[in-house]
Design a protein around this ligand. Structure first.
Ligand code: ADP
Ligand code: ZN
Length: 722
């Protein structure tokens, strides 16, 4: 008999251990099983298998309980290979999340332990049988058609021989069988060859290929030709028969990267991002697993794909917040990429014009190998004009589009060029206040101000997505005096632009216009083909876009992000301003940027306008040092949430006391805005020794049942504290 040690699917932290079940048949570690647990059937993940000669009775005596049999074995082969199983355990240690949640994060929806859509799509195929049967001439022709291929989709056979297909099976000349549906290869696009590389690009490629290090930071101004460097490194890895992973931060960036990659390498390309449905994801996953895909372009979760032999990992815009998963396990894609590069003995290239502070600091200390591209390929950076909105409004200009920006837009459109406008707020108005008591309208489930959306004529919560009609009376004071509308988002901007430029064709790109399947791709393709003159949108249009006809970028409310309390708010704002400016003037024509700000002298605004990363880095590092924020320290954020406020407070206080230590600072208990009817609070650990902080936290959580029952989220090295 076999004893199976299984992790079972359960959200509770206390169940982060294996349970023992028995099986008469041998089972492989790494497959999923259905097992009984507290009178229910749950999914289990087989971690280890031991053989035993003991009888069931003596086993029960030995364990002190009945060792139950597994109900069903779900997979023929292990889902995770040795590398990925090891990675799951590494993630579990690093992020302090449950093992089963790490497994779940690594698998596509179709085969995830908790997968709702766990049904794999199968197709009918046919192959030759060994039987000798007499066939009509036409049937023989169909039979030979199959013989040439060895086996084929029944559907294909029917298309060619509609009258013979079924007869051949009925006569047992062909056998039908089921096979998992596989992704159709992407159609071959027009092949492109790259430009002749500059001396700087060639030097960068040589330095990376000949270097002995694993991790490289390719630091180069926007438009300095980093992507060309990635493509050349990829080409060389492919020549050695290896697979290549190219990570991009957001799905809005995938279409462009895909176009460039598939133009260069053809059809052996898999694509993996959250915009795919579960079946599509599963098919791409299988393409990587069975080696049909040589290159993968994807977002965060693509870092878990089952590569056979990786030759290169590229992580473009490595500073981007979307590389960090916020839910458990709160892993950072960069850590996983580096782990896998070490495992496969390949190189991991982090690329950016504005690397995260911790990455650049590491590069300066030679933890990562720094490679720099100093020049833009077209040798000129865009010319940035800062407009003080306080001044502009004092002179009676529009609070949305200043005279300076309007004038530039006019010029650009007259020259037949394109404009990008960035406003990092969606909706129409961003706030409604009661005309009587002045209270802003907030979400009923979250402690968050609601935005007014004009297309739906509703108030929308950007935290939980709930929407409400505008109330007749103020929920705070009961007055019927109406509401004042203030603040503007992309919908309002769109209206303003259309009024000012009635002849221009305008596209809006934000979360509201891109919810449909492939909407990103459609909008960008249309803009790229000059199907519109002005593209306006939220941060999703700030990065990566490379359109030669864009010669003006307008940034509205550019310094709004500085008002956030987060320790990274300056870094994030600087990054957004630099990236957005970098969309302008990427080919022969010189680019212009108009940056509208309320605090035009802030160092993040000034250095971004000069496209001066070094100066920003030095200034920001001084602040971080003074406040002892990362990268000078490490943080672990512990968030408690509960529907019952007193219970949460009690547990939080208890946890705070248990964590108070001499070795690191324990900050708390910090109340957080309510979200989705959950009261929330945070405890923050801050110190220089991350391993020690992690160990203390692990021990404290494991030793008290109160903590294992409570919904506690742990984020090691949080990217944001909002
Ligand atoms: P980055 O990734 O640093 O933003 P890209 O690789 O996208 O830069 O290059 C910016 C633009 O310059 C692209 O349009 C690209 O095709 C072009 N480019 C890159 N390298 C060269 C080169 N060596 N010669 C000519 N054009 C180039
Ligand atoms: Zn809400």
């Amino acid at each position: 008999m076999y004893l199976l040690e299984c992790y079972i699917e359960h959200p509770v932290r206390s169940i982060d251990r294996t349970f023992t079940y028995r099986s008469e048949e041998p089972v492989l570690p790494g497959v999923r099983v259905k097992v009984p647990f507290h009178h229910r059937t749950v999914l289990g993940f087989v971690e280890q298998v031991n053989v035993t000669e003991e009888s069931i009775e003596s086993l029960s005596k030995h364990f002190g309980y009945d060792v139950l049999p597994v109900e069903e074995v779900l997979d023929q082969e292990p889902l995770l290979n040795g590398e990925l199983a090891g990675l799951a355990h590494h993630m579990h240690e690093e992020t302090l999340s449950t093992v089963i949640s790490c497994y779940q994060a690594m698998l596509p929806g179709k085969i995830k332990p908790a997968g709702k859509d766990s049904k794999v799509v199968e197709e009918t195929w046919v192959k030759l049988s060994d039987e000798e049967v007499s066939l009509t001439p036409k049937e023989l022709e169909a039979y030979c058609f199959v013989r040439e291929e060895g086996e084929m989709r029944y559907h294909t056979l029917r298309e060619h021989y509609p009258n013979q297909a079924r007869n051949l099976i009925a006569k047992h000349a062909l056998i039908s069988f089921k096979k998992e549906r596989e992704a159709a290869m992407r159609p071959v696009v027009t092949r492109t060859t790259g430009p002749v590389l500059t001396a700087e690009q060639n030097a960068a490629i040589q330095e990376i290929e000949q270097g002995a290090d694993t991790v490289y930071l390719l630091h180069g101004q926007t438009g300095s030709g980093k992507t060309e460097v990635y493509l050349h490194l990829a080409e060389n890895a492919l020549k050695q028969g290896k697979q290549v992973l190219i990570l991009v931060p957001e799905i809005s960036l995938t279409p462009q990267m895909i176009e460039r990659v598939s133009g260069r390498f053809g059809e052996e390309l898999a694509i993996y991002h959250s915009g795919l449905n579960p079946q599509e994801k599963y098919e791409q996953y299988r393409m990587v697993k069975n080696g049909r895909a040589a290159v993968v372009v994807g977002t965060r979760s693509a870092v878990f794909l089952p590569f056979q032999s990786l030759g290169l990992i590229v992580m473009d815009e490595e500073q981007d917040g979307s590389y960090k998963q916020e839910v458990q396990p709160a892993y950072h894609c960069r850590d996983i990429a580096i782990y896998r590069a070490n495992y496969h003995h390949c190189k991991c290239v982090l690329g950016s014009a504005t690397p995260s502070l911790e990455t650049y600091a590491r590069a300066l200390r030679n933890v990562y190998h720094l490679v720099t591209l100093k020049e833009r390929v077209n040798r000129s950076l865009p010319n940035v004009t800062i407009v003080s909105m306080k001044e502009a409004m004092r002179h009676g200009q529009s609070p949305i589009l200043s005279d300076e920006l309007l004038e530039r837009m006019n010029e650009t459109l007259q020259n037949g060029k394109q404009v990008i406008l960035l406003l990092n707020r969606r909706g129409f108005h961003t706030m409604l206040r009661c005309g009587s008591c002045g209270e802003p309208l907030k979400c009923r489930h979250c402690d968050i101000t609601l935005s007014y959306h004009r297309d739906s004529r509703n108030l929308v919560c950007h935290s939980c997505g709930s929407s409400f009609p505008v109330p007749a009376v103020c929920p705070s004071c009961g007055a019927r005096s109406g509401f004042s509308y203030s603040g503007y988002g992309t919908q309002r901007l769109e209206q303003e632009v259309k009024e000012r430029f009635p002849d221009a064709r305008v596209l809006r790109m934000d979360a509201d216009t891109t919810s449909a399947h492939n909407a990103h791709e459609r909008l960008l393709t249309s803009f790229g083909a000059h199907g519109a003159d002005i593209l306006l949108g939220t941060q999703m249009i700030a990065k990566g876009l490379d359109y030669p006809d864009v010669t003006l970028v307008g940034i509205l409310n550019g310094d709004e992000g500085l008002n956030r309390t987060d320790y990274r708010s300056c870094e994030v704002t600087f990054d957004l301003l630099m990236q957005a400016s970098g969309r302008s003037g990427r080919s022969a024509s010189k680019g212009e940027v108009v940056l509208q700000a309320f605090d035009p002298s802030h160092y993040a605004v000034v250095t971004a306008a000069k496209q001066d990363y070094e100066s920003f880095f030095q200034a920001e590092m001084r602040y971080r040092h003074a406040a002892q924020e990362p990268p000078y320290t490490y943080l672990i954020s512990i968030t408690l949430s509960d529907r019952k406020e007193p219970r949460m407070n009690e547990t939080a206080l208890k946890l705070y006391r248990a964590l108070s230590s001499m070795e690191f600072r324990t900050i708390g208990v910090i109340p957080l805005p309510k979200r989705r009817d959950q009261y929330r609070s945070r405890i923050l650990l801050k110190g220089k020794n991350l391993d020690q902080m992690r160990d203390t936290l692990r021990t404290v959580l494991e030793n008290d049942a109160d903590f294992t029952r409570q919904d506690i989220r742990i984020d090691v090295n949080p990217m944001t504290l909002e």
